[in-house]
Design a protein around this ligand. Structure first.
Ligand SMILES: [Ca+2]
Length: 427
């Protein structure tokens, strides 16, 4: 049996290796394959050959120089094995996040309508009743869903969403008991956190959440996009442009970095973020984020306690109008991104692979690419990016979320109307 397996593996690797690489200029326009074939193998090789960067377009801000070698435009790497893609769900409406239940059903949020969908392993959908009313305009609505670490005992789930308030809106985090069955519903719903202050903006709420091994919940919070919010990313009196760390009941952990500063909001863990939309832990349980930047300034950051990630003082991008935002790309007391993209890829989510199904992907970062319409793979060594790959680019589809399933397969949630969930396994 072992021999057979290794023969099959070799055959796939050989098949992949014997493909004649196309000239670079042809590969930058990837061939389109039908997007809805069940179990169809896809050609993972999109983009230039190894040894040159994946990104070939000119930067928006060519005067900006990286702070260290490899901070941007890493050389292309290619996955050896072909990938099989199975469509496991379809017809989702503006979905934002997926979370697996222990029995491998999925919870999916639908942003604009504020629907929480319980997705069966057969693809059948049930709407979960009792979701709070959301402000579903523009980038707002029902955002992330996360299970409590003790879900099997408590049945508690956490939702982040934009809520309408007197004088504007803001992100809220609620937890509730998921009552399972033919008519699933939420019970004992309680709001445990409210982003402050209230502001009238439909953009940059952040919203993704993650439980750390110490039981604390990290919630990422955007800076609301408008200038009035943007400047608060450096202000400890505001939650805007911060990552917060709270107890599962919303209370403040005593060891948070700013609890002794009377003027600071005590939930703050890190500051100076624009619009973090991806969070993941690595095998050392460190917090990595993917941050939606301005034009020419998407970032990957390794987030540490109490540190300042620079926005809007420093950065690598510019306004959408082409006007400058930052005077400089570096400043004392402000952290450099591990990696940045100019032009941007528009990260929707971040996942660090730790499964057994794709051995060659272990420890790699996966970014859901919205405007880049790809699943972006980053290979790291000593906390630096040494390779980049754009997977699924042949599907030309915006990708909103990416998670590792309990089975070790990778699940990709596409964006917009008529969205799908794809399951990725080796072909
Ligand atoms: Ca930054």
């Amino acid at each position: 049996m072992e021999k057979l397996v290794s023969f099959v593996t070799c055959a796939i690797v050989l098949a992949a290796c014997s493909r004649k690489p196309a000239p670079i200029e042809q590969q930058t326009t990837p061939k389109v394959v039908p997007a809805d074939g069940q179990g169809q193998a896809t050609e993972p090789r999109v983009g230039p050959n190894p040894g040159v960067p994946v990104e070939t377009a000119p930067p928006n801000v060519p005067t900006n120089k990286p702070a260290f070698a490899g901070q941007t435009r890493a050389n292309a790497v290619h996955t050896k094995a072909a990938i099989k893609i199975d469509e496991v769900a379809k017809d989702l409406d503006q979905p934002w996040a997926i979370a697996f239940l222990p029995d491998r059903r999925m919870l999916v949020t639908e942003k604009h309508e504020g629907r929480l969908v319980l997705l069966g392993t057969d693809g059948k959908k049930l709407n979960v009743a009792g979701v709070p009313k959301v402000d579903g305009r523009d980038q707002s609505g029902l955002l992330a869903v996360t299970l409590a670490p003790d879900y099997e005992k408590s049945q508690l789930i956490y939702l982040s969403y934009s809520e309408k308030r007197e004088g504007g809106n803001g992100l809220a985090v609620a937890r509730a008991k998921l009552v399972d069955g033919a008519a699933p519903k939420l019970d004992q719903l309680k709001v445990i956190f409210r982003m402050q202050p209230t502001l009238d903006s439909t953009k940059h709420s952040g919203g993704r959440m993650l439980f750390a091994p110490d039981g604390m919940l990290y919630v990422v919070l955007g800076e609301r996009s408008i200038i009035e919010g943007r400047v608060q990313a450096q202000d400890l009196k505001s939650h805007f442009g911060k990552i917060v760390r709270i107890q599962p009941d919303g209370s403040v952990p005593k060891d948070n970095p700013f609890v002794d500063k009377p003027e600071a909001r005590p939930e703050i863990w890190s500051l100076g973020h624009r619009n973090v939309l991806g969070v993941a832990l690595d095998d050392k349980k460190r917090l990595w984020v993917a941050e939606m930047g301005p034009r020419g300034g998407d970032e990957i950051n390794l987030v540490e306690r109490g540190k300042d990630y620079g926005w809007p003082t420093i950065g690598y991008g510019e306004e959408y109008s082409g006007e400058p935002i930052h005077k400089t790309t570096q400043a004392p007391g402000m952290e450099q991104p591990v990696y940045y993209w100019d032009p941007v890829i528009s990260p929707g989510a971040l996942m660090i692979y730790s499964g057994q199904v794709f051995p060659e992907w272990k420890g790699n970062l996966f970014v859901a690419g919205l405007s880049s319409k790809a699943l972006i793979r980053l290979v790291l060594e000593n906390d630096r990016v040494i390779g980049e790959e754009r997977l699924l680019a042949d599907r030309e589809t915006r990708i909103r979320d990416v998670v590792q399933g309990p089975d070790g397969a990778i699940y990709v949630l596409t964006d917009g109307g008529g969205a799908k969930v794809w399951k990725l396994t080796p072909a």
